[in-house]
Design a protein around this ligand. Structure first.
Ligand SMILES: [Ca+2]
Ligand SMILES: [Ca+2]
Ligand SMILES: [Ca+2]
Length: 136
């Protein structure tokens, strides 16, 4: 596991640099949620999940952008969203042919600035790991 931690720390530095323009767009009095990347520890579907993400009910990454996330796979998100008060993140798997989309879990964060945080999202058999940060 120490190898994984090292990899995450190395990538953080690059990502912080890439997101500088978003940092400048913060609304005064609010906060910004930065989503860096997502790892499927165990995808909900056998052949991987078509992930999409909502923040405060708003679709941040719509269905179809992420083609397929298999167990053990990491995808870069690299998106920023401004919010006031609380940001509620929800993870979904897009399904088709009358099979309703699966809610894979989520969490809420406050507007207090954080360092990069790795959180697990676990619901049923699905488990994901997401790296994010809140900046003011
Ligand atoms: Ca599914
Ligand atoms: Ca699916
Ligand atoms: Ca389904």
């Amino acid at each position: 596991m120490s190898n994984i931690n090292t990899a995450i720390c190395t990538s953080d530095t690059q990502l912080f640099t890439e997101l500088t323009s978003e940092e400048g767009a913060v609304i005064e009095g609010g906060a910004t949620l930065l989503l860096y990347r997502l790892t499927a520890l165990n995808a909900s579907d056998f052949n991987g999940d078509e992930i999409y993400i909502k923040v405060n009910g708003e679709t941040l990454i719509p269905p179809g952008i992420v083609p397929d996330v298999d167990s053990g796979e990491t995808i870069n998100i690299n998106r920023a969203i401004n919010f006031n008060g609380t940001a509620k993140l929800e993870l979904f798997d897009d399904d088709v042919w009358g099979n309703s989309d699966d809610y894979l879990g989520g969490f809420s964060v406050g507007s207090t600035p954080t360092n990069g945080i790795t959180s697990n999202i676990i619901r049923g058999s699905a488990s994901y790991r997401i790296l994010y940060q809140v900046i003011a």
